[in-house]
Write a protein that binds this ligand. Structure first.
Ligand code: ZN
Length: 388
């Protein structure tokens, strides 16, 4: 496999994490397709990447209620920056429905445009996920109208870049809509903290790319860009990064100081994941020998990856989630049906792993303790106070 980003042929396999089902595969039947999770790292641009493991349509959920919710509370600063630029008569293009918050705040300006997916990208789905958006752009699966939208001073994209299966081509195709000397603005999740922590649940089949501040800078320099500015926004678990970049004059390339540290980050992540797995399994063995009943609250992509990578089926008997859509469907790749939390009382749970936003943990613990005040809680999020 060539590097997703810089097309380098020397890309190193970091680890094979086993076969994992897709996290939107909530079904009425038990048997579903699983995909290989191969994590690699490019030794040129240092980007950590998950290998594409399915056909073209394999990342498009059939269930209507599946939505990728992305955090957007930190976008206000970017919005005020763009507002200033709009007042200076700059033309701005937003590329997807993941930029909707920005668009809603600025749509009164005539010089801002949101690339409507139905009108321009030949996507008929109501709320397309990032896979579909990047796929249309990579393949130039456009309606003819798109060639009349003109060129822009600034192109903005939130939460799509880490979903691209060919970043190199994605950027080249976006450049078509950029004026010479124009700037690109990307908002992406920052994987650095989770990589350092060995948080295996951060891996997700819909994220082929895991950015850190340094590997982003390195990669885009190789692609011929210079970084105009970047900003990091802190969150309880996954931080966010906003980069403003521009094509650089030939010959200019700043050296990245910590390239070795970036390269070692991949190995460090795998090592930590393996150690954590050992610790977890010996704990679960001990507790199941004592006939303790163990469950997970939260059936999302984090708990699905956590469950399968750590091979938890011998130990976990219950999966709880209060999303009505998931009720009684099989937790992907297992024979455990997802149950609402009220059923905890009947099951007399002893240990409950939490897989949800850190800021909701306390509330959920309080609610679940009403059923059984002796439940022991452990969070699968390394930044939680209750982290395992
Ligand atoms: Zn590379």
């Amino acid at each position: 496999m060539n590097c997703n980003v810089c097309k380098n042929k020397k890309i190193q396999l970091l680890n094979y994490f086993g076969k994992i089902p897709r996290s939107f595969d909530f079904k009425k039947k038990k048997t579903i397709k699983k995909y290989k999770f191969l994590l690699s790292q490019c030794n040129r641009c240092s980007i950590i990447q998950l290998e594409k493991n399915g056909g073209d349509q394999s990342f498009v959920p059939k269930l209507k209620w599946i939505n990728n919710n992305e955090p957007d509370q930190h976008l206000s600063e970017l919005i005020s920056y763009l507002k200033k630029k709009l007042k200076e008569k700059k033309k701005i293009l937003l590329i997807s429905n993941f930029d909707k918050k920005i668009f809603e705040s600025l749509k009164n300006y005539k010089n801002i445009k949101l690339l409507d997916h139905k009108k321009y990208l030949k996507i008929l789905k109501k709320n397309p996920n990032q896979f579909l958006i990047q796929n249309s752009i990579i393949k130039k699966n456009y309606n003819k109208k798109i060639y009349n939208i003109g060129k822009f001073d600034i192109i903005v994209s939130c939460r799509v870049l880490e979903h691209t299966y060919n970043l190199n081509l994605f950027i080249k195709n976006l450049e078509f809509f950029l004026k010479p000397n124009g700037t690109l603005i990307f908002e992406i999740p920052d994987s650095q903290k989770s990589l350092k922590q060995g948080d295996v649940a951060m891996l997700w089949e819909e994220h082929p790319i895991y950015f850190t501040k340094n590997n982003f800078i390195r990669a885009f320099q190789i692609l011929g860009y210079k970084i105009l500015s970047y900003k990091k926004y802190l969150y309880p678990q996954e931080d966010a990064l906003v980069f403003r970049i521009k094509k650089h004059d030939i010959g200019k390339m700043t050296k990245i100081k910590n390239l070795d540290t970036e390269i070692r980050l991949g190995e460090l992540f795998v090592k930590k994941c393996k150690n954590k797995k050992k610790k977890l399994i010996s704990f679960l063995k001990r507790e199941t020998n004592k006939r303790k009943k163990i469950g997970i609250f939260g059936a999302g992509h984090r708990s699905i990856v956590y469950f399968h990578v750590n091979k938890l089926s011998p130990y976990i008997s219950y999966i709880f989630d209060d999303n009505q859509n998931k009720k009684n469907l099989f937790f992907p790749g297992t024979n455990i049906r997802v149950k609402p939390s009220q059923t905890i009382t009947k099951n007399r749970l002893d240990i409950c792993f939490l897989s949800l936003s850190i800021n909701k943990e306390k509330k959920v613990m309080r609610n679940l303790s009403k059923f059984n005040k002796n439940i022991k809680f452990y969070s699968i999020s390394p930044d939680s106070k209750y982290a395992f």
